[in-house]
Design a protein around this ligand. Structure first.
Ligand code: PXL
Length: 287
């Protein structure tokens, strides 16, 4: 069985970060270990105020040391929301220690959306995140995060050529594959555009656009891509699965949008996600 470790916060209420990544990746048939970077009462997105934040940076080296003693190995390491520059340094060290030639390292550089940084982040954090992205195999910024990583002004409607240029520049910073999430080439579609430096080619995956902004969809998308690549899917298949699943989750949310304003209703969609991965994990159990 493939084994992934995801490093991100646990927002106790709000269905993002770990409370989205664990059910999504587990349902794909990938064993999901975690290192929580912080415990928050809710996510920091608009709509919640007064959230608590308990930093867990000091626990990470102790967890890593114990795991090293146990000789644990991971097929992939996937990072999401990280609370501080210091924590990024600790996570880089974790990657250095646990990475082998076969390990896939996926970094979702969670920093903002809609042209704005999330509360608590600043330019120094962006510089730190750039250094984490430079050692990743695959990064998944949205348009806001891509602009931050490239020190460019945010463009809320970049054309395909500009997105291609941004993705190529991102890979020049060190990662092998850059995926822009929430990207489209026309207003009736939404999905992801990807550049693979190793193959020197672009990949697109789109579905019909649903108007509005849906919290947690970035975490869900990155979780599916991470799980899919860990299972051995090619890039196009992992992107198509992530775009389709995220779209299904948004569609499932629409009838109860007001009640689920803080996230998406991914729960009824997990069975289908599991079915879509069955060939990959069934193959494993036969081998
Ligand atoms: O969904 C990304 C995310 C993860 N974790 C926390 C957040 C956010 C986005 O707002 O606040 C704590």
């Amino acid at each position: 069985m493939k084994r992934l470790v995801t490093i991100q916060d646990i927002s106790c209420f709000g269905k993002c970060s770990l409370t989205a990544a664990i059910p999504v990746i587990s349902s794909m048939g990938v064993e999901t270990a975690v290192i929580p970077t912080a415990v928050l009462s809710t996510h920091t997105g608009s709509g919640f105020s007064g959230y608590t934040f308990h930093d867990l940076t000091d626990d990470i080296p102790a967890i890593a040391a114990h795991w090293k003693k146990l000789e644990l190995r991971f097929d992939s390491i996937y990072t999401g929301y990280i609370g501080s520059c210091e924590q990024i340094e600790v996570i880089k060290r974790f990657i250095e220690v646990f990475r082998t030639d076969e390990t896939l390292v996926v970094v979702d550089p969670v920093m903002g959306d809609g042209g704005r940084m999330y509360p608590g982040f600043d330019n120094k954090f962006v510089t730190s995140m750039k250094s984490l992205c430079s050692i990743a195999d695959c990064i998944l910024p949205n348009a806001t995060e891509a602009a931050l990583l490239l020190s460019q002004p945010y463009d809320n409607n970049p054309c395909e050529g500009k997105i291609h240029e941004m993705l190529m520049c991102l890979t020049e910073q060190g990662c092998k594959t850059a995926i822009m999430t929430g990207a489209s080439i026309d207003s009736s579609h939404n999905g992801a555009i990807c550049y693979s430096k190793l193959e020197n080619r672009f990949f697109n995956s789109f579905c019909e656009n649903i108007d509005g902004s849906f919290h947690s969809t970035g975490d869900i998308f990155s979780s599916v891509v991470s799980g899919g690549l860990t299972l051995g899917m090619d890039l196009q298949s992992a992107l198509d699965l992530a775009v389709g699943f995220t779209h299904d989750c948004i569609k499932a949310t629409l009838p109860i949008r007001e009640e689920q304003w803080y996230s998406v209703r991914f729960e009824p969609c997990l069975g289908q996600l599991s079915d879509a991965c069955r060939d990959y994990f069934d193959d494993e159990s036969r081998s």
